[in-house]
Design a binder for this molecule. Structure first.
Ligand code: CDP
Ligand code: MG
Length: 866
């Protein structure tokens, strides 16, 4: 046995030697001991860690003192040279009072949980404590994960500023960008980024401390990271793990024997929270919560003393329509400011406010992000110098309202504005989605208006249908929202629902992992050699159904090996959930996109299609690249304008879709055309605005294309791809090839048009049948294939709105199906009696009527059973 082990280690050594190129950066930093020996230790440890992650009895593993050749670092104090005003502001934060307790707990324990109200200073201060205590002075750095990109970027900038240090030292890395250097000591990143790093270096050798922030949000990656780190940290003594949460509900981590055999120490920081008076609505809540919120804001603004207002709505469209309404309701009125001495200042102010309140474009229909970006940047320039408060008390009692939107898709510069003081003589009003609930603390908020709803993506595990639904939020979230009002002085929270409704809310929001498909996670884990994903120490495990569905999809994509045939159902369960990864699966896992898209990339090297596949995958991964034109209009006038705009954008889409063969690539061709046209035009905000594209999405696509090009070159050095942003349209044969590649990736999203002879129910008119759904799905009127109605299509997803609509539709030729997706077809005589409305054999394809694709009823996906 020993011999075997030795052999294996030798192999590993070779591996590491081969990859010295990529890890040379790290070697520079940690020049200690013999590098070969270090690599040796690493692989043995790594293996133990991987074993630990899928071992059913972790207690044994964890309590055993495991190898670590590094000595704990002596305690040191690294001085930080902060500006006096920053130091003064820090001292007011609740966590400062607990610094000693926190640092002692960290010194004595491997893992510590820290709970503290939002705004108590966790995110900005804890990394600084650790830095000062010397945790970043050796060969390791401090890493902090955030579930949201906004938070990673803005917090790294804030901490760099507070510490008076360069962003070379306090840096961030998010999916699309980062400013990490070899000098980086504190690194903010999204949780997905750290997960990817674990793939390259299972033991996270680079890090001395990992902080998991916002653990209460229970984002999928956060959950997985905690599971992995529960095994990695004991093997990496003296590495430290800090889990930070804004709520006290941390039992899923601390009391979870599967995760940590002994309960974790929990430190609670009492926030200096001012009392918040909660006002419930007496009336029964109506569905027009946006209207109610609007009236409430008007009332607050007219009648209550100064203090910022924060409004919680559910989505981007609502946020924008509310901002417009507010700006219209409280415009600048020049005749109401009869002021003496400070006239110039006030004029200056009001000039800006004028620009803000009355849309500078005169076109109310200018939408999301882009329009605001322009008005915003002007404004910053002019308001850079705060004219001070002089003379303002003489101002009209009705202050101008400084309205700012805040949601996660908003451009970062825009988001940053909420942290800056509003222009003098105005009242701040932030209209936000639940981003403002915990990750970002907006200063100066005194009034919170809470609609009590949240928009969530619901995903049906069985049918794969997603829908966004607005539902009541949880009690914990509602209380978080209320808490935002009491940060700087006593505040008020206006809930647009009654206390009876509140008591019906669920207590906490459930973990995200229980609400979404897990195929990407399963693939990532398999790539980490965690074959038995069922045994993984999830803080909250996903349902068995979801795990089985994920494994099933991955097997059909060829990423996992087929499970061996077994007799009993019990054995079936066992083998089905521990399929090892295939070489194709490894390649797919190297691409930072969903497995279906990764498959397309892996298949893309045909007829020079790779650049197109990369662009398509980037466009499909960056969601919502087109401006939304279906939102309900506020007025007749707006409605007419929107119809006009819709018509124009429809025209553009048809143009991008091209003609002939390319038209059959459908909505995917539109995406390709849109990106191509946008790049040709230099990817300017103006072009995007005029053509209904979301500027931020276009930038993200460009970045993701770069990233995917690098990834493809890494997997297949022979590809020698380079990114040429401007690409020529694909040729006809390339389009055909692209269609087939898309079919290979989206095979389980195949839909067949219901033929006239099968039509029994009129609701099926123009409908499509999919393997998992009983009801028809349709091509959306916005799709370029809406009128074409091909016999077979694949779709990106089904989204349920007024009907079940397929999004991202592309046509498929039926002859391809048995060749590209044999797994989904049944060859041979029908498995059971054909249903009465069995489609007659057209004779075009050999397996035609024998294939389940031709059955009206389409039972569960046809897996060959013989
Ligand atoms: O993480 P936690 O919610 O506990 O608090 P934090 O994000 O560390 O924020 C601490 C304080 O810094 C809050 O009062 C924020 O308003 C302030 N802050 C700021 O003024 N500007 C930023 N960009 C970030 C935080
Ligand atoms: Mg925080």
């Amino acid at each position: 046995e020993q011999e075997e082990e030795e052999e294996e280690e030798e192999e590993k050594e070779e591996d590491t030697n081969n990859t010295t190129d990529s890890s040379s950066e790290d070697d520079d930093e940690e020049e200690e001991g013999d590098p070969v020996e270090a690599a040796d230790v690493r692989s043995a440890e790594e293996e133990k860690a991987v074993e630990a992650v899928q071992d059913k009895a972790p207690e044994k593993m964890l309590t055993k003192e495991l190898c670590n050749k590094r000595k704990p670092q002596p305690a040191v104090f690294i001085p930080v040279d902060r500006l006096p005003e920053i130091q003064a502001a820090r001292l007011k934060l609740p966590v400062l009072g607990e610094e000693q307790v926190i640092m002692e707990a960290v010194r004595e324990n491997m893992c510590v949980v820290l709970c503290g109200e939002t705004g108590s200073g966790k995110t900005t201060q804890i990394p600084q404590f650790l830095y000062e205590a010397g945790y970043a002075s050796g060969d390791g750095i401090i890493g902090i994960t955030e579930p949201r990109r906004v938070a990673a970027v803005s917090m790294s900038q804030r901490v760099a500023m507070e510490m008076n240090m360069s962003t070379r030292v306090v840096s961030y890395q998010i999916r699309y960008e980062g400013n990490v250097t070899s000098d980086t000591k504190i690194k903010f990143m999204t949780d997905g980024v750290l997960l990817k790093e674990i793939q390259k270096d299972f033991l996270l050798q680079k890090y001395r401390v990992i902080i998991i922030d916002e653990a209460h949000e229970r984002s999928v990656y956060t959950d997985i990271l905690i599971g992995l780190l529960s095994r990695i940290v004991p093997l990496r003594r003296p590495m430290k793990l800090l889990i930070m949460s804004a709520t006290l509900r941390v039992e899923d981590f601390t009391e979870n024997k599967k995760l940590f055999p002994r309960p974790l120490p929990v430190i609670k920081v009492d926030a200096r929270q001012f009392p918040v008076t909660v006002h419930f609505n007496r009336r029964t809540p109506t569905d027009d919560y946006v209207g109610e919120a609007f009236r409430k804001i008007c009332k607050i603004h007219r009648m209550l003393p100064p203090g910022g207002i924060l409004v919680f709505l559910t989505g981007q469209a609502e946020v924008h329509s509310m901002c417009r309404r507010l700006r219209r309701a409280f415009p600048f009125r020049s005749n109401r400011t009869g002021l003496g001495g400070s006239l110039i200042y006030l004029n200056l102010n009001h000039f800006c406010i004028y620009k803000l309140n009355i849309s500078p474009f005169g076109d109310e229909d200018r939408q999301a992000g882009i329009g605001d970006e322009e008005d915003g940047s002007d404004l910053d320039l002019e308001l850079g110098d705060d004219p001070g408060d002089e003379g303002l008390e003489k101002c009209d009692p009705m202050l101008p309202l400084y309205v700012l939107p805040l949601y996660s898709l908003l451009a970062p510069e825009q988001q940053g504005k909420v942290f800056r003081p509003p222009p003098a003589g105005t009242r701040l009003c932030v209209v936000a989605t639940n981003v403002a609930e915990t990750s970002l603390t907006i200063p100066g908020i005194k009034y919170v208006v809470d609609c009590g709803r949240v928009k969530k993506r619901f995903y049906d595990r069985v049918t794969g249908v997603s829908s966004f639904r607005v539902t009541w939020t949880s009690q914990a979230s509602a209380n978080q929202r209320a808490g935002r009002a009491g940060r700087t002085e006593p505040g008020h929270c206006y809930r647009l629902y009654s206390s009876a409704v509140f008591s019906d809310f669920q207590e906490f929001s459930e973990a995200e992992i229980t609400r979404r498909p897990v195929d990407d996670l399963v693939l990532q884990m398999k790539d980490l050699n965690i074959e038995k994903v069922v045994n993984f120490p999830f803080p909250t495990p996903p349902s068995m159904e979801a795990l089985v569905a994920a494994e099933h999809l991955l097997v059909s994509l060829g990423a996992l090996e087929e499970p061996p045939r077994v007799r009993s159902a019990k054995d079936m369960e066992r083998v089905r959930l521990s399929c090892p990864i295939t070489p194709l699966g490894r390649a797919m896992a190297a691409f930072p996109v969903a497995p279906r898209y990764a498959k397309m990339l892996a298949m893309g090297k045909q007829q020079g299609c790779l650049p197109y596949v990369i662009t398509l995958v980037a466009a499909m991964t960056v969601r919502e690249i087109f401006e939304e034109t279906d939102r309900p209009a506020a007025s007749e006038e707006e409605n007419a304008k929107m119809a006009q705009r819709r018509a124009r954008l429809g025209q553009m889409r048809r143009l991008w879709a091209g003609q002939g063969a390319s038209l059959l690539l459908g909505d995917l061709m539109v995406m390709l055309g849109a990106v191509g046209a946008c790049e040709y035009a230099g990817c300017t905000p103006k072009f995007c605005q005029e053509n209904g594209l979301r500027y931020k999405a276009m930038l993200e696509i460009r970045q993701l294309r770069g990233q995917l090009t690098t990834a493809v070159n890494a997997v297949d050095p022979e590809a020698r791809l380079y990114l040429d942003a401007k690409m020529a349209p694909p040729t006809e044969s390339q389009v055909l090839c692209l269609q087939q590649i898309v079919l290979a990736g989206l095979g389980d999203h195949l839909a067949r048009r219901v033929q006239v002879e099968e039509l029994l129910d009129p609701k099926w008119h123009n409908g499509y049948k999919t393997p998992l759904l009983d009801s028809p799905v349709f091509i959306h009127p916005n799709s370029v294939l809406f009128k074409t109605l091909p016999d077979y299509v694949v779709y990106q997803e089904v989204l349920e709105t007024s009907k079940m609509y397929m999004r991202g539709v592309s046509a498929v030729q039926e002859e391809w199906i048995p060749q590209i997706l044999p797994r989904y077809c049944h060859f041979g005589p029908p498995l059971e009696d054909p249903p009465p409305r069995f489609c007659p054999d057209s004779g075009r394809v050999k397996c035609h009527c024998k294939s389940t694709f031709f059955r009206v009823g389409w039972p569960l996906p046809a897996v060959e059973r013989d």
